[in-house]
Design a protein around this ligand. Structure first.
Ligand SMILES: Cc1ncc(COP(=O)(O)O)c(C=O)c1O
Length: 391
């Protein structure tokens, strides 16, 4: 007799943040100071970020998207230029290329890591290629030695989309410790959150230019103008943006950063529970961590082996929802969105590995709050669905 799966009453959310008493106290303390926008806390957050991850220099911004946009502007990318990136990413990676008037050239991914395929990058280079934006998907570093070497050979800037890999490493070095402009995200679902926010890292020279671009193109920020000894005078040297982080966000960033190791340890426990239980299952392909990489495990992206199942990915997600399990799909490939498909004439199959991957991926609940019991329940739900719809 087949056992029936007992559906729990409470929904298991995909990625709620963990905001604790110290986080709340930090924000409340900041509210009672005279400085609530970009000021001493933001400066401190930048310093601690550099100390922790070995970044040459850092600029706190109000999103990873803003950091990517600023990087393109500082590097002088504009109309007539091409920027190579992946389609297997969040739309922001490509949107910023459109914002500067350049052309996003979308390339395919490696099946194993779901990161940019360096060979596809090299094949897409033209005389107009000005930059490449690899994405460290799910927190697993892209193949940076190869990508950097190809970029150097062709005189192309490398900007790293580091929305996911905070605290992750490639060949023993933290993502963000290189001289490449690198943009992190502290969005609500990220490993470290400031609700909205980001950190742009790079060389001190790059960050000085980025500082001007990220705040109206002003030669001096508010702290330099309003603190004791400051002067009200400033000059606008270019038409910049309004991308600064507030001290309220930085206060949250500081307390979250101080305990990120604990958060990461819990993420890894959850990951190993999933991988141990699902690794041998014929209906699933589990995510990899290559020997030279330490993933931040921002996402646990399970791939369905559709030839083993009678339902597709969307139906599988509906079945999980019926069992009160919250999941997500990271991401709807950029080349499938109408704006990009129509403007550049993509069909879904234009990028075969991306298309195949998109149809198979489900991001499982992965966060610091999920309990072992809930992880076991998610595993049970996955196996129950796979058994019910086995081919
Ligand atoms: C790969 C990738 N790039 C960029 C972003 C944009 O980050 P933000 O929301 O901080 O602008 C995200 C956000 O989820 C992302 O996943």
């Amino acid at each position: 007799m087949t056992q029936t799966f007992a559906i729990r009453d409470e929904f298991i959310p995909f990625s709620p943040p963990l905001i604790e008493a110290d986080d709340i106290a930090g924000v409340v303390d900041t509210l009672s100071t005279d400085w609530i926008t970009t000021g001493p806390k933001t400066r401190r957050f930048q310093e601690v970020f550099c100390e922790t991850y070995g970044a040459p220099a850092a600029l706190a911004v109000n999103s990873c998207t803003a950091g990517l946009h600023v990087a393109l502007v500082v590097l002088g990318v504009g109309p007539g230029d091409e920027v190579i990136t992946v389609s297997h990413t969040f739309c922001a990676t490509a949107n910023v290329i459109e914002h500067v008037g350049a052309k996003p050239v979308l390339v395919d991914i490696e099946p194993e890591t779901m990161n940019m395929d360096p060979a596809a990058f090299e094949a897409a280079i033209t005389p107009r290629t000005k930059a490449v934006i690899p994405v460290h998907y799910a927190g697993h570093s892209a193949e940076m030695d190869t990508i950097n070497a190809i970029a150097k050979k062709h005189g192309i800037h490398v900007i790293e989309d580091a929305a996911h890999p905070i605290s992750g490493k490639y060949k023993g070095a933290f993502v963000g410790s290189s001289e490449n402009p690198t943009s992190f995200s502290f969005y609500a679902t990220k490993n470290l959150t400031t609700a909205e926010g980001g950190m742009l890292t790079g060389t001190p020279e790059f960050i000085e230019k980025a500082r001007v671009v990220h705040l109206h193109g002003m030669s001096k920020d508010a702290l330099k103008r309003y603190e004791k000894g400051g002067s009200w005078k400033y000059e606008v040297v270019l038409p910049g943006f309004k991308y600064n982080m507030t001290d309220l966000q930085a206060a949250l960033g500081l307390t979250q950063l101080a305990k990120l190791d604990r958060f990461q340890a819990r993420r890894r426990e959850v990951v190993s529970q999933y991988s141990k239980a699902l690794g041998d299952h014929p209906a699933f392909t589990i995510p990899v961590e290559k020997p030279e990489v330490e993933s931040s495990w921002h996402l646990y992206v399970l791939r369905l082996n559709l030839d083993q199942l009678t339902i597709d990915r969307d139906q599988f997600i509906d079945e999980l929802k019926e069992r009160n399990v919250g999941t997500s799909v990271h991401y709807i490939s950029v080349h499938l969105h109408p704006f990009y498909a129509q403007k550049y004439g993509f069909s879904p199959e234009s990028l075969p590995v991306t298309w195949d991957t998109y149809n198979r991926i489900i991001s499982l609940p992965l966060n610091v709050r999920i309990t072992d019991e809930e992880v076991a329940y998610v595993i049970g739900a996955l196996k129950d669905i796979a058994a019910k719809y086995t081919r």
